[in-house]
Design a protein around this ligand. Structure first.
Ligand SMILES: NC(=O)c1ccc[n+]([C@@H]2O[C@H](COP(=O)([O-])OP(=O)(O)OC[C@H]3O[C@@H](n4cnc5c(N)ncnc54)[C@H](O)[C@@H]3O)[C@@H](O)[C@H]2O)c1
Ligand SMILES: [Zn+2]
Length: 392
């Protein structure tokens, strides 16, 4: 797989696209090879955009009806404004909600939402609006990917994780008892609308979980960004909107560049899995008690330690990473009650194994992923990982 290219991924301010608009969104175009024939989708970012969602969606993703899929928490805060905005703009809308929480990102909930949409009479000219965090985005996106063999999805992320990571890239799916995200599909969104003001109601630990993915973007691609995120943590927790917008935009740019170079994860996109081999195993073992971002924080430190141990990662970077994550109120050590046996069983079930030996995305240093020939992951023998992560 070749180096990332910048295939037209550039943030730019669009001229006023709709009459009467109050919010001037920033627009990022993400290249895609979607089956609909579009060669990019737009990510619109702007404060207060939620109340203008209807106009944006109707003009950029016209559909006969919109199924708004959301969870029980998000609906209480943002359901009404989204429904009203869509209806005012002239959209036919139905709401579908499921109980909040990672443990509901399942085939059962996917089936229920799909059945409800069928009963409500949605056809191939319908579209899904996924309103919520990464759980809603992954599940709602998967409903859209499979509904009558695929209808458009508009991603409207309301958590930091979803805003700067999961809403773009097109990965959708659900968890199974065997592990995370094991059933799913690539289904790039038709449109992504981000209103950072919705972060105002997000609990601090959920905000921290999103910062873990921002640190990940810095660690794999931009050391300067990594340091700037580390230095701005206070502003993020104080809900400084300028700081949050700046961070979301830079993270999206980094992710968009990676996805543009390798949308279906033939090779290079695996750099985004930094920290995630360990994280997915931890999430599965702990029954999703850890937030995804918390597991990623622990996973990144663990994988940098592995890199240092096998001589791939610059010595001292695990310490540098830990300090930054701790500064953002994130955990950095494996939970004490996780046993090595359970851990390696879960790791082996995760889809990132190749030929029996588990592959990890290793850093060369903070800001750069280690490459080995054409590969962006490296096998690390279990005995070595055991020693580094569990002391033998
Ligand atoms: N598809 C991808 O590329 C990708 C990338 C990263 C993560 N993910 C997935 O995303 C999921 C994690 O996403 P998440 O961290 O957003 O979790 P989440 O969707 O469970 O949201 C966290 C909690 O915050 C609540 N919430 C959402 N928005 C809120 C708001 N504005 N105010 C108050 N509460 C709000 C939700 O109801 C939920 O209880 C995982 O399943 C992970 O696998 C997917
Ligand atoms: Zn992640």
């Amino acid at each position: 797989m070749s180096e990332p290219t910048k295939q037209g991924v550039e943030p730019r301010v669009e001229p006023e696209p709709l009459a009467g608009r109050r919010v001037e969104p920033r627009v990022l175009r993400v290249p895609t090879e979607s089956r609909s024939g579009a060669n990019y989708y737009e990510v619109c970012l702007g404060r207060g955009l939620l109340s203008e969602l209807g106009g944006l969606i109707l003009s950029r993703c016209p559909a006969h009806g919109y199924g708004v899929i959301t969870d029980s928490q998000v609906v209480t805060r943002y359901g009404a404004v989204v429904l009203e905005s869509l209806r005012t703009a002239g959209g036919e809308v139905q709401l579908f909600q499921f109980p909040a929480g990672e443990w509901n990102k399942t085939r059962e909930v996917w089936a229920r939402a799909s059945d409800e949409m069928l009963r409500a009479g949605f056809g191939r000219d319908g579209a899904v609006v996924a309103l919520g965090g990464g759980v809603v985005g992954d599940l709602g996106g998967f409903v859209a990917a499979t509904f009558l063999r695929g209808i458009p999805v508009v991603q409207v992320p309301t958590t930091l994780v979803a805003m700067l990571d999961s809403s773009i890239g097109g990965k959708t799916g659900v968890d199974t008892p065997a592990g995370k995200n094991l059933v799913g599909a690539f289904h790039p969104p038709a449109l992504v609308v981000i209103d950072p003001e919705t972060l105002g109601t997000l609990p601090a630990h959920q905000l921290a979980a999103g910062l873990a993915e921002a640190f990940k973007h810095g660690a794999i691609a931009d050391a300067e960004y990594f340091e700037r995120v580390a230095g701005s943590v206070g502003a993020f927790f104080a809900h400084d909107m300028d700081a949050l917008e700046w961070m979301i935009l830079r993270s999206l740019e980094i992710k968009a560049e990676v996805v543009a170079a390798d949308e279906r994860e033939a090779g290079y996109r695996k750099v985004l899995n930094f920290g995630h081999t360990v994280a997915h195993a931890l999430e599965a073992i702990t029954g999703y008690e850890l937030l995804h971002g918390e597991a990623v924080a622990i996973g990144m430190v663990a994988e940098v330690r592995l890199g240092e141990r096998v001589g791939v990662t610059r010595a001292g970077d695990a310490e540098r990473l830990s300090r930054a994550l701790e500064g953002a109120r994130l955990p950095t050590e494996l939970p004490a009650d996780v046993s090595a046996d359970a851990f390696f069983r879960a790791v082996a079930l995760d889809k990132k194994r190749a030929g029996g030996v588990v592959e990890y995305t290793l850093l060369e240093e903070i800001g750069r992923v280690a490459r080995s020939g054409d590969a962006w992951t490296r096998p690390v023998p279990e005995a070595v990982a055991r020693e580094v992560l569990f002391g033998g």
